[in-house]
Design a binder for this molecule. Structure first.
Ligand SMILES: [Ca+2]
Length: 146
């Protein structure tokens, strides 16, 4: 006859201990998550409370916008500056980039994962460029924005 205090071979006392522990762990996880969120909210609030000196300050965050045609036309993909993290372009934009609007330094790579070697074209530039040049036109696969 089956003992009701045993589930899957574990005495019910142990089951309840296990469930108590898992509740505690869950609560700990939640509170550390909550702390993380609170810290993030505080950081955001601190930034928001810093008075902007001008409208210019609000729009000076580094970015680069990569366009599939020259002269900043027509479809584009926006990448915020992030210290030069490598970003592989989505399939649609692979081998299409012809111009770049930017207020910071960026690099175009003709291979995935910002890989490069001698003879593999790249373009390292700062600011906007209405045409990336014949060497890089329609050859960009990955980018970095600083
Ligand atoms: Ca193009």
């Amino acid at each position: 006859m089956r003992d009701d205090t045993v589930e899957a071979g574990i005495p019910s006392r142990l089951l309840s201990t296990r469930s108590f522990l898992s509740d505690e762990i869950e609560e700990k996880d939640m509170s550390s998550r909550a702390k993380g969120i609170a810290a993030f909210a505080a950081a955001v609030a601190a930034v928001a409370l810093t008075p902007a000196t001008s409208a210019q300050a609000a729009t000076s965050a580094p970015y680069a916008e990569f366009f599939d045609n020259a002269n900043y036309c027509c479809s584009s993909i926006y990448d915020p500056g992030d210290g030069g993290r490598c970003y592989n372009l989505p399939t649609y934009f692979v081998n299409t980039i012809s111009s770049v609007r930017s207020n910071t330094r960026w690099i175009l790579y003709s291979r995935a994962n910002c890989w490069t070697d001698s003879g593999v074209p790249t373009l390292d530039y700062t600011g906007s460029l209405s045409y990336v040049g014949d060497q890089m036109n329609d050859k960009t696969v990955s980018v970095k924005v600083f």
